[in-house]
Design a binder for this molecule. Sequence first.
Ligand SMILES: [Zn+2]
Length: 239
Amino acid sequence: MADFKTHTTVAAALSAPLAATVAMSGFASPQEAVVYAAAGTLGGLLPDIDADDSIAIRLVFRLFGALAAGLIVLFWMTTLPHWQVLLLAAAGFLLVLYPIRWLFEQYTIHRGLLHSLLANLLFASVSLLMAYHLFKLGARASWGVGGFVFFGATVHLLLDEIYSVDLSGMRIKRSFGSALKLTDWSQPLASLGLLLVSMLGIWLAPEAGAWRGAFVWLPDLAPVEWFERGLESLRLLWS
Ligand SMILES: [Zn+2]
């Protein structure tokens, strides 16, 4: 299994040049490219938040705690006395950091449902909505953030899978196949829930039209044709 440092380094080393390329193609301002690179790096940590007491879970819950505190300050700044706002913000921070994290740990198993491509879709749609509604980024930049979070998180899964192959002896460790998966098939109901929440997130998202030009190299096909092409390539793979 790749450790925290490897995951951060690889996610950053791949996200930063990709973000720079996106900026050079005119789909991000230099500032947005920095945000994209950060989103990709953060995405690279997300799959391991189901490992209790990992650096990833500590970091992510601290970030969410700070975010909760910040929102509390913004919300009550003008209506409550300062000391009360500060007290509320501290309470919000601690609430996320301890009881909510504890609850989260009770309901997650390492390399379970949250360590999958489906979970990456959820991470992406949640960060897209947060970028748009909380951080007030535009539609284009918000989709960029979502895309980079998905990219970073998928790099994480790939990296774990690569690490499960012992390169020197080409021996495959027992963890092979547990890292990069579509979903945790032993949890069908939870998987379905995850899929529905992700779809809801994408449905609630703003228009992605600003990105249309980014994929000009893709053939212009109707969704049905895409589906047929996909089936055709699957058939070729099987035969
Ligand atoms: Zn992992």
